[in-house]
Design a protein around this ligand. Sequence first.
Ligand SMILES: [Cu+2]
Length: 92
Amino acid sequence: MKDQPGQEKMPSGIHHIMIVILDSGTSQEVTNVIATLHIVAPSQKQSNPELIKMKNHFGTGVTFDEKGPYALHFQITKDGKEYQSDFTYELK
Ligand SMILES: [Cu+2]
């Protein structure tokens, strides 16, 4: 995808990762956190794409070009507390 003048610049990559963080008490979206993402590809290649704050969520663009399972590890820091969440995405 090419950037078009006048359009919001989208992160590069062919996959768009979105993380919406909800407060479990109020179900409101939370964006005043530090969020990091660590990805381990099927070949064990590691990357740390920068998460960009996008209105009500965090997002980034990545390219998954290897077949197999990707391990996605999110870490969120809010008010000095750390929260972690792990996901697996399989590219077939
Ligand atoms: Cu986004």
